[in-house]
Write a protein that binds this ligand. Structure first.
Ligand SMILES: Nc1ncnc2c1ncn2[C@@H]1O[C@H](COP(=O)(O)OP(=O)(O)OP(=O)(O)O)[C@@H](O)[C@H]1O
Ligand SMILES: [Mg+2]
Length: 355
């Protein structure tokens, strides 16, 4: 457990970075601090490993005031991932990752063995081990940064805007990777971002902060989306909010229509949804083609299953030329289809307080 007890911070010169922060971060949870630039996210996070100190109040790790823990031993138990990977440019990838174990007193060989494990865990090929950071892509450098933070197996991992320097595709990959890692290793992760979508995607709990270092809401993504505490939180999530909320509800209870039987030509008439359209289904090859009156074919690229999010089902329906998405049965064979009408009852946005 990481606890902030009425923590305030005023920097010399008078900037109030943090005002009276009270926050309990459960062990093993993924917590995201989100808010606009300058609202005190980095300052709060650095207080956990004593890279910043409160002007008043206390930060406790497992009940112990961090002010009473020696910074070196505190930091060895807390991995820290910086924005640009924060790698040592003159050390190879593997030696970068081994840094912390070396500090922990492991000999070079044992430290490197641990480092190779960490490299694999973040999805990097061992062939990269002997390269220098400058010889890696931005996304790879970021992974090495995560590997270094993980290598010493610290119970707590701090990540300050770890994905902001990479392009959107790599970012999405890294986000998925970190989510998978968290599910696997159950560390306490505290991540800072100014991107509300990233926060909603990654966090078990999200702390929304506003300028002046004031906490606005501390809640689950679902609560933040459906019951924002005030106008500030509401405006952060309001853009595309209804659409975002769809990602969180799954399609378990919805109507669908069984596919009609095949005709003499082996094709299925889809006249019920689109006059003249046919479906050519090959369950063996797991392919499906929509065919229009002129004989032009369109692959049914996205199919859905029960349990998928409403958002992905909506995407699939909208991507289909007949506005119907094929529904896979338990054996992954299309047996029915869903239409916009089936989804409609699930698409109503929920009201936003104060917005
Ligand atoms: N060492 C410092 N000395 C003086 N003021 C500082 C110092 N570090 C941060 N500040 C100020 O404290 C406030 C909070 O800074 P902090 O870095 O915690 O914000 P942040 O939410 O992480 O912002 P960003 O999203 O831009 O990284 C800002 O106004 C910043 O200018
Ligand atoms: Mg910051």
């Amino acid at each position: 457990m990481i606890t902030f007890e009425s923590v305030s911070k005023t920097y010399p010169g008078g900037t109030q970075a943090l005002e009276n922060l009270d926050l309990d971060i459960a062990t093993g949870s993924f917590t995201v601090l989100v808010g606009p630039s300058g609202c005190g996210k980095t300052t709060s996070m650095r207080m956990i490993n004593r890279m910043a100190t409160p002007t008043s109040g206390r930060v406790l790790v497992n009940g112990q005031d961090v002010a009473e823990i020696r910074p070196v031993s505190l930091r060895l138990g807390i991995g820290y991932v910086l924005q640009n990977g924060g790698l040592f440019p003159h050390r190879t990838v593997i030696d970068n990752i081994a840094t912390v174990q070396r500090l922990l007193g492991l000999d070079k060989k044992a430290a490197r063995a641990k480092a190779y494990e960490a490299l694999e865990r973040v999805g990097l090929n061992a062939s990269l081990a002997k390269r220098f950071p400058a010889q890696l892509s931005g996304g790879q450098q970021q992974r090495v940064g995560v590997a270094r933070a993980l290598a010493a197996d610290p119970p707590i991992l701090l990540m300050d805007e770890p994905f902001s320097a990479v392009d959107p595709i790599v970012r999405e990959e890294l986000q998925q990777e970190v989510r998978r890692l968290q599910a696997e290793i159950k560390k306490t992760i505290v991540l800072v971002t100014h991107d509300i979508d990233e926060a909603l995607l990654l966090g078990d709990k999200i702390a929304v902060m506003a300028p002046g270092g004031t906490l606005q809401q501390y809640a689950t993504p679902h609560e933040i989306l459906t019951r924002p505490a005030n106008g500030f939180v509401g405006s952060m999530v309001s853009k595309d909010r209804g659409f975002r909320a769809l990602s969180f509800s799954t399609l378990d209870e919805f109507s669908s229509t069984a596919l009609p039987p095949r005709g003499a030509d082996g094709r299925i008439s889809m006249a019920a949804v689109a006059p003249g359209w046919m479906l050519d289904l090959d369950p063996e090859a797991r392919t499906a083609l929509w065919i229009n009156e002129a004989g032009t074919t369109f692959p049914a690229a996205t199919m859905v299953r029960r349990g998928d999010s409403v958002r992905s089902a909506l995407d699939a329906v909208l991507a289909s030329p007949v506005s119907a998405a094929l529904l896979l049965d338990a054996n992954d064979v299309p047996g029915a289809y869903i239409t916009l009408e089936d989804l409609a009852p699930h698409l109503r946005p929920s009201p936003v307080a104060g917005a």
